[in-house]
Design a binder for this molecule. Structure first.
Ligand SMILES: [Zn+2]
Length: 281
């Protein structure tokens, strides 16, 4: 049977051709869009990675003296007047609210940030001071120590970083001095990643931050800042007066990976430096 081409068929054909053209054009536009998005996105990522690698450190060109000039967000590193660390000298003795420690075991999750060796803590561990709970997020190390005591640094300093529900940071600082082998650190000390950016996670290894602290828990207390950019203020500092000991080779193991990741001491200015006369429970 001979098929007669009808006007409607012609129209349908043209519609199909039109659809093809539309699909084709849409394809070009879409792929251009995706390409543009990807190239922008990748460029941003590259820039971020680039600045992450070079923006701040402890060398002359990117160290503590120039942190404030490296990025507008780091302004407080230059102009802040409540900065950390400080020299812990002539503290005022006072009866201070005790710190209640409630640290639970956590699986090993340790990261070399390039600036420090940091151990991430899983949820559920906290300290409580004056009715406020501060949850333990992570702890990390500096060598030599950042705080000084009457002008003298210790070989290392550990910082346990906590945050309250309203976002206030509280840091417990513990000095580390050369002495006996400290077996409490054995579980993870030999697992420290030596390369910047490297992480080690091992759920079969469990550690507890409370094992890393001295049994005597008197503290120096003052209001300070982060000791790294952006140097944010409003950080509650509790620096234990009693240092923990580590063997020379344990300290050397850390220094072989990172040494000189300490910000110099900052002026106390108008701040109060207290030391508690009542030991915490
Ligand atoms: Zn620190």
């Amino acid at each position: 049977m001979k098929r007669k081409i009808k006007t409607t068929d012609l129209m349908n054909n043209w519609k199909t051709v039109g659809n093809y053209i539309a699909t084709f054009l849409f394809g070009i536009v879409a792929s251009l869009g995706v390409t543009t998005y990807m190239s922008c996105h990748m460029k941003t990522k590259q820039v971020t990675e680039h600045t992450e690698k070079t923006h701040w450190g402890y060398a002359a060109e990117n160290g503590p003296n120039v942190w404030g000039q490296l990025n507008p967000e780091y302004g407080l590193c230059s102009v802040g007047i409540h900065q950390s660390p400080i020299d812990l000298v002539n503290p005022t003795p006072a009866e201070l609210p005790p710190i209640t420690f409630n640290y639970r075991p956590t699986p090993l999750n340790i990261h070399n940030t390039g600036h420090t060796i940091q151990v991430a803590y899983q949820d559920g561990s906290w300290i409580e001071v004056d009715g406020t709970k501060y949850h333990l997020l992570q702890f990390h190390f500096h060598a030599p120590s950042e705080h000084m005591v009457t002008g003298n640094p210790y070989e290392m300093e550990m910082h346990l970083v906590h945050k309250s529900a309203d976002g206030t940071l509280a840091v417990i600082g513990a000095f580390i001095k050369s002495g006996s082998v400290n077996t409490a650190f054995d579980t993870f000390w030999h697992r420290m990643p030596s390369v910047s950016g490297e992480s080690v996670q091992d759920n079969s290894v469990v550690l507890n931050a409370s094992d890393l602290l001295p049994s005597t828990k008197y503290t120096y207390r003052y209001e300070g800042s982060l000791t790294t950019p952006p140097c944010s203020e409003g950080v509650k500092w509790f620096v234990l007066t009693t240092p923990v000991e580590m063997s020379h080779s344990q300290i050397a193991a850390f220094k072989a990976i990172l040494y000189g990741n300490n910000r110099p001491v900052q002026p106390l200015n108008e701040r109060e430096l207290l030391v508690d006369t009542t030991e915490d429970p």
